[in-house]
Ligand binder design. Structure first.
Ligand code: NAP
Ligand code: ZN
Length: 348
């Protein structure tokens, strides 16, 4: 059995530390992937610290994975040894319910199997990409477009698809003014993708120092969300808002910025619930508040191909595996430009 080193949290209040475990031998329809880069998502931190109250320990996070296929089962037809591939947030689903049938495996009726913290039939649970290698069913593996930078591509597997999917579902495009709330890992991809889809993008941030970057990434305007006058000036001006904030906050000032029939989609999953919305904000302009969860496998491939065509990558800071605990502290301060990516060659 292939063994792997990894980094794991052993308890909610424990720092991540080295761990050693076995990966399964690839089955007939599975590939073994040597991991090269893994992005650091805020969900990794929520999960490692049990902020969602469902963590299975030891917890090896990581679901923005890029690597190379090094072995494959006899029935694998989609990938060959040497292929550059990606793995995102899910590695299995029932494959037969209506949602799986529609390519929306993230909403599988029987529950998708997460890349980490996913329960397995034998009572164990999945370990994610903060590790040297992993075995994955070919149907849950993505193909990296030719020539795409592997480190900058890693965050596309979660931050990319989580922002691409709602932008597509709510048909964001030319002629629309779209708000993105929070310039972190998800938010910076939201700005790039919405701009590439042809929308005019307004970035809402709590960090005035990020304004210049937001414009470089594709925003045409920046609103400092703690500034009441700036928020007031944006009232009723937006068709759609993508809210990526990882902490509990008042949603009402953002709902005020939507036009009649506008929608704000929540993708952030804070530890503590938001104190809002007020129904008045919604009924007054027939506004909607909605949510979205990552994206299906086919749509993730579509997103990778879209990024390939448009030359989009994540803005990253590469870190060594033993820098993960310091990276988490910086992420909590909003001090990431704009995604940490672990160089897995540093895990020895
Ligand atoms: P991140 O890199 O930490 O970015 C979050 C951003 O939110 C920060 O950079 C900051 O931006 C803003 N922010 C933080 N605290 C805030 C506060 N108290 N008030 C207002 N703004 C605040 O996190 P991420 O990796 O992008 O993830 C964001 C959230 O999405 C997390 O909760 C994560 O678990 C969730 N997520 C959901 C899905 C899904 O499928 N729905 C997928 C992946 C991640 P500014 O400095 O610009 O204000
Ligand atoms: Zn994620």
């Amino acid at each position: 059995m292939p063994s792997s080193l990894g980094y794991a949290a052993s308890a909610a209040d424990a720092a991540l530390a080295p761990i050693s475990f076995d990966r399964r031998e690839p089955g007939a329809d599975e590939v073994l992937i040597e991991i090269e880069y893994c992005g650091v998502c805020h969900s990794d931190l929520h999960q490692a610290r049990d902020e969602w109250h469902n963590t299975l320990y030891p917890c090896v996070p990581g679901h923005e994975i890029i690597g190379t296929v090094t072995a494959r089962g006899d029935a694998v037809s989609k990938f060959s040894v040497g292929d550059k591939v990606g793995v995102g947030c899910l590695v299995d689903s029932c494959g037969s319910c209506e949602n799986c049938h529609d390519g929306l495996e993230q909403f599988c009726d029987k529950g998708m199997t997460g890349t980490y913290n996913g329960r397995l039939p034998d009572g164990t649970h999945t370990f994610g990409g903060y590790s040297q290698r992993m075995t994955v069913k070919q149907d849950y593996v993505l193909r990296l477009p030719d020539g795409m930078d592997p480190a900058g591509a890693a965050p596309l597997l979660c931050a990319g698809i989580t922002t691409y999917s709602p932008l597509r579902h709510w048909k964001v495009g030319p002629g629309q003014r779209v708000g993105v709330v929070g310039l972190g890992g998800l938010g910076h991809m939201g700005v790039k993708l919405a701009a590439a889809m042809g929308a005019e993008v307004v970035l809402f941030t709590t960090s005035p120092g990020k304004a210049e970057d937001a414009k470089r990434l594709g925003a045409s305007a920046v609103v400092i969300s703690k500034d009441r006058d700036q928020m007031k000036a944006m009232r009723g001006k937006l068709d759609f808002i993508l809210n990526t904030v990882a902490a509990s906050h008042n949603l009402d000032p953002f709902l005020d910025c939507l036009k009649r029939d506008g929608t704000m989609v929540m993708v952030g999953v804070p530890e503590v619930a938001h104190p809002s919305p007020s129904v008045g904000r919604l009924i007054g302009r027939r506004r909607s508040l909605a949510g979205s969860l990552i994206g299906g496998i086919a749509e993730t491939q579509e997103m990778l191909d879209f990024c390939g065509e448009h030359g989009l990558l994540s803005d990253i800071e590469i870190i060594p595996m033993d820098g993960i605990n310091a990276a988490y502290e910086r992420m909590l301060k909003g001090d990431v430009k704009y995604r940490f990516v672990v160089d897995m060659a540093t895990l020895k």
